[in-house]
Write a protein that binds this ligand. Structure first.
Ligand code: SF4
Length: 519
C-alpha cells in the first residue's frame, strides 16, 4: 500500500537479513514518481539482489518527514539514501526530505546515512548540490549499479569511489559519464511495481524502446546528455512486453522514449501492440511523413489526444533551435489524426528562443488555424507555453532566459491569438519558476547557499513556493531576472570536471550556428 491504494509487485524484505538498506527517494508526489521508469527499474534491480533491500520514499509536503511505502520507516533507518532528480525544482524538496528527517544536510558533517543523487538534472550539472551529496551517479546508472551496491555494502568511502568507474562523481574530482553501450543488452524493468489503479501513467506498463535522440535540438538536454540514440530491437521489445505484462498484470503500455518515432521498427511495434489489443499511449509525435502513417496505429491504441512540440510557431526560430518542421507534413499529420478519430491536440511552445521578437509569434495564428481547418475543434486544442530554460551540456548553456517583461508580453500575445481562434485551454509556466530553474540548471556551487536559505525560510513557516524564493532573493538583494549566471565562451563551466559528454567545442559550434540559422 502507498497509504492510499494497493500496489502490485511490492517487495518487502527483513532489514536484519541484508547487508545494504537502500532508500530510493523521489522528491515529487507518488503519482509523479511512479510514472518514472528509473524508479521501477532501480527498485527491481536492487531488490533482485539477496544482500540488498530497496524501499521507496516520495515527497508529500514540506516539513513532512517521509516514511517508506514498504515498512513505514524513516530515511534515517537506511544505510544509503539515493535521490532521483529530474528537474531543478526537485532540489529544495530533496533537501527538505533530508532536513525534516533530522539528517545532517552537509555532506562534510554527515556520518550516516550516505546520500547519493542521480537523474538528468544532477547529471547535467551537479554543482549546486555538491555541498549536500556524498556521491553522484552521473549519466546512466545500469553499468555501475552492482559495483556501487557492493562497494557501499562493504562500507567504502564515497570519495574513494568517485572516479573509480564511469558514472561516479564527487565534488572536485574528475569523472566520466556513465553510459549503456547496448540498450539491447541492458536490463528493462519487467516486474514493475505500480498502483493497481492510479492517475496518469502510474498504473500502466512503462516501456523504453530507445534512449537518447540524435536530432540535435540545441536546447535539449535529452539529446546532448544521452547521446548517441540507442534502441532495442522489435524482438527484444516484444520479449519485454510479453514477460512484463504477464508479471505486472497490466494491459496498458506507456512508451516513454523521446525519440520513439525514430525507431527503425516503429510500425512493427505499434502493429504488434494493436493486434494484442493493448491500450497504449505514446510520447509527443514527430512531425514527418511516418507520423502520418502512424496516426491510425496511435488511435488503435486508444489514444484520443495527439501531442506535438513545434517549440516555436516561427520557421526562422525553429532553425535557430535546430528543430525544423515541414508545415505540409504537419498538416498531413493533423488531418490523418482527425481521420483516425483523434479528437484533441496538445501543442508545446517555448518563449524566449535567442533572437525571438514579437513578429515571430504572429505565425501562431496560421499554425493553429491550420489545426482547426484540419478538423480539430478549438475547444479540444490545448496550448502550453514555457520559457526557454538554458541547460548545462547543451549549446544553449551560453544563452539567457528571456526577461520577465518580454516573457509576459509574448505570452499575453499568444494567449490573445488563441482566444481569437476560440482556443481557451492555454497554460503558461510562471516566469519566476522558469528563472529559478534557469539559475539552478547552470549555476556553480555557490547556488547551494540559495537552496540553504530557501530551506531556512521553509523551516520558519515558508511554503517552499514562489513566496519563499521571493524572500530569499530579496534577502540577498537579487531578483528573479538576475539570478541566472551568464558565462562567456572562454569561462570554465561548473560541470567541466565531468568528461564523456558533448565536448565544449561541439556545443560552441552549435551555439554559433544557431545565430547563423544553420541546421
Ligand atoms: S527531437 Fe525532441 S528529444 Fe530529440 S533532440 Fe529534439 S527536442 Fe530533443
Amino acid at each position: 500500500m502507498n497509504g492510499i491504494q494497493p500496489e502490485r509487485n511490492v517487495v518487502k524484505k527483513d532489514h536484519r537479513k541484508v547487508r545494504l538498506r537502500f532508500a530510493l527517494a523521489y522528491p515529487s508526489p507518488y503519482s509523479v514518481g511512479m510514472s518514472n521508469l528509473a524508479v521501477r527499474l532501480l527498485y527491481e534491480l536492487i531488490n533482485s539482489r539477496e544482500d540488498c533491500l530497496c524501499e521507496r520514499f516520495f515527497f508529500s509536503g514540506f516539513r513532512t518527514p517521509p516514511v517508506s511505502l514498504e515498512s513505514k520507516l524513516p530515511l534515517s533507518a537506511f544505510d544509503v539514501v539515493g535521490f532521483s532528480l529530474q528537474h531543478e525544482i526537485d532540489y529544495l524538496r530533496m533537501l527538505d526530505m533530508l532536513d525534516s528527517s533530522s539528517i545532517e544536510l552537509f555532506a562534510s558533517r554527515r556520518k550516516r546515512p550516505m546520500v547519493i543523487a542521480g537523474g538528468p538534472a544532477a547529471s547535467s550539472n551537479p554543482a549546486p548540490l555538491e555541498d549536500f551529496i556524498d556521491l553522484f551517479v552521473i549519466g546512466e546508472s545500469e553499468p555501475v549499479l552492482d559495483y556501487l551496491l557492493e562497494s557501499l555494502s562493504e562500507g567504502q568511502n564515497p570519495r574513494q569511489l568517485a572516479g573509480s568507474r564511469p558514472g561516479l562523481y564527487a565534488s572536485g574530482l574528475e569523472a566520466e559519464r556513465g553510459r549503456v553501450d547496448s540498450l539491447e543488452d541492458a536490463p528493462h524493468a519487467v516486474r514493475q511495481v505500480h498502483p493497481v489503479s492510479g492517475q496518469g501513467f502510474s498504473s500502466t506498463f512503462l516501456l523504453e524502446v530507445s534512449r537518447g535522440c540524435n536530432r540535435g535540438c540545441r536546447f535539449c538536454l535529452e539529446c546532448f546528455l544521452y547521446r548517441p540514440r540507442r534502441e532495442r530491437s522489435f524482438r527484444k521489445v516484444r520479449e519485454i512486453l510479453e514477460q512484463g505484462l504477464h508479471l505486472s498484470g497490466l494491459d496498458r503500455v506507456t512508451c516513454i522514449s523521446s525519440a520513439f518515432f525514430d525507431h527503425r521498427e516503429i510500425g512493427d511495434i505499434l502493429a504488434w501492440m494493436r493486434d494484442r489489443r493493448l491500450r497504449y499511449s505514446l510520447p509527443s509525435m514527430r512531425i514527418s511523413k511516418t507520423g502520418r502513417d502512424v496516426a491510425e496505429l496511435l488511435a488503435a491504441g486508444g489514444q484520443r489526444t495527439i501531442t506535438i512540440a513545434p517549440e516555436s510557431p516561427s520557421s526562422r526560430l525553429r532553425e535557430v533551435i535546430n528543430k525544423p518542421l515541414d508545415e505540409s507534413e504537419l498538416m498531413g499529420l493533423l488531418e490523418a489524426s482527425r481521420r483516425a478519430g483523434i479528437r484533441s491536440l496538445k501543442v508545446y511552445f517555448m518563449v524566449g528562443i535567442p533572437g525571438e521578437d514579437m513578429s515571430d509569434l504572429e505565425h501562431l495564428r496560421p499554425m493553429l488555424a491550420g489545426a482547426i481547418s484540419a478538423g480539430f475543434d478549438p475547444r479540444s486544442i490545448h496550448v502550453s507555453v514555457n520559457p526557454m530554460i538554458p541547460k548545462g551540456n547543451t549549446p544553449f548553456q551560453w544563452a539567457r532566459i528571456v526577461s520577465e517583461s518580454e516573457y509576459k508580453s509574448r505570452v499575453s500575445r499568444m494567449r490573445q491569438i488563441c482566444s481569437d481562434l476560440g482556443i481557451r485551454r492555454f497554460e503558461s509556466m510562471d516566469y519566476r519558476w522558469g528563472a529559478v530553474q534557469a539559475s539552478l540548471s547552470i549555476s556553480g556551487r555557490e547556488a547551494s547557499s540559495l537552496l540553504f536559505l530557501a530551506l531556512k525560510d521553509i523551516s520558519e513557516g515558508g511554503q517552499g513556493d514562489l513566496g519563499t524564493w521571493r524572500r530569499v532573493l530579496k534577502g540577498i538583494g537579487r531578483d528573479f531576472e538576475t539570478i541566472q549566471p551568464t558565462y562567456s565562451e572562454d569561462d570554465a563551466l561548473p560541470w567541466e570536471l565531468i568528461k564523456g559528454g558533448p565536448t565544449k567545442s561541439l556545443l560552441l559550434r552549435e551555439y554559433r550556428r544557431a545565430f547563423g540559422g544553420q541546421v
